[in-house]
Write a protein that binds this ligand. Sequence first.
Ligand SMILES: Cc1cc2nc3c(=O)[nH]c(=O)nc-3n(C[C@H](O)[C@H](O)[C@H](O)COP(=O)(O)OP(=O)(O)OC[C@H]3O[C@@H](n4cnc5c(N)ncnc54)[C@H](O)[C@@H]3O)c2cc1C
Length: 386
Amino acid sequence: MNSSQIKHFDYIFTGTGLASLMTVYKMVLSGKFSDKSILLLDKDAKKTNDRTWCFWEKEESIWNSIISKKWDLALFANENFKRDLDLKPYSYNKINGLDFYNFVFETISNQSNITFLNEKVTDINELETHVFVGTEENRYTCDYLFNSIYTKAFAEGQTKYPVLQQHFVGWFVKTEKEVFNPEKVTFMDFSVEQKGNTRFMYVLPISKIEALVEYTLFSEKLLQKEEYENEIQIYLEKLGVNQFEIIEKEQGSIPMTCYPFWKKNTKRVLSIGTAGGWTKASTGYTFKNSDKKSTKLVEFLQNENLKMKDFHKKNRFWFYDLLLLDILYRNNELGSSIFSSLFKKGNTKLIFKFLDEETNLFEDLRVIMKCPKVLFIKALFRVVFK
Ligand SMILES: Cc1cc2nc3c(=O)[nH]c(=O)nc-3n(C[C@H](O)[C@H](O)[C@H](O)COP(=O)(O)OP(=O)(O)OC[C@H]3O[C@@H](n4cnc5c(N)ncnc54)[C@H](O)[C@@H]3O)c2cc1C
């Protein structure tokens, strides 16, 4: 194929998952990009229910119609105490991955300027006047590229910023006995054996007999699959479940790091999603952040003088996350006590607001003061004088 046969687009999205689909969907809603040609590339057809997204929110959003379940009540527990958290005015919302993909594709597939191709990207090369993209089948060029393909080696190949994983295996189970309270999500249950790590159970109950039960760790190294599954089994037994059916399984490993992914942004290439640092480093939550960042990105793209490097703005929450990760990286067994001190007496709404990076300095202090102070002061010295 010679260069005249290479198809050119205004924008190419390499990876068509959460961040790309949110961005492109909002580009369509804005009505400002109908004259731009857009190519979406993904190695996957995006036709499977490959993940369940949960996020807390106060107001209704454009995703409201695909929320399959909402909870106003959550349980936080460890081996010594249980606390019911009243989430209002927030609700904890669940969206099934496939519902999200179908919802967005239904809109974008009607746009003549947008093309989705199920092709694996093998090469991205930025040149002075354009960006070149190679797939296993074809070659393309574009003016600007948005990349959400996560390259593990970037964060994990350095030592300056600690990298933990939020890793989990979940079983969507149907039990014979009624054991779940469909009104109350189990946010974090640290009553499971910690084994030197930060380990907890996360339960999304759909009905009295159906729930997604996930064994989750915030730690550096993944476990063997059987270990997650054994722990789910033990937990179900503790709940009094003997007979159950596994309807679906999910698993994941989400990087938790303050590594500055955005430093890789260039004149024409912007990393987005987890690959762009859109994952909240201290929690692994990405949905809400991607929602906010994609809205900002769509506004940003309407600037006359587009400089991709100017998109990212660092804030003080990045630094708070860095402190927590520094502690958990060195003393992974402390997660249960840190999260417990935060949730035992802390104001849930304020914690959510803080995690959403919407608190003022005074409110930040109110949240941080609930955490073990000596640990954080020591981490502060380590991080500042590193
Ligand atoms: C099982 C699971 C559950 C999660 N639950 C939550 C949750 O409850 N709440 C929350 O906030 N976050 C959650 N997350 C974290 C985060 O929201 C998701 O990982 C989210 O999908 C990240 O969005 P993204 O666009 O960065 O990446 P993705 O959505 O993973 O999109 C990246 C895309 O790139 C494609 N790709 C990769 N390599 C190539 C290649 N070489 N060529 C072409 N395409 C390629 C992939 O197929 C994928 O479609 C969860 C993650 C997982 C895995």
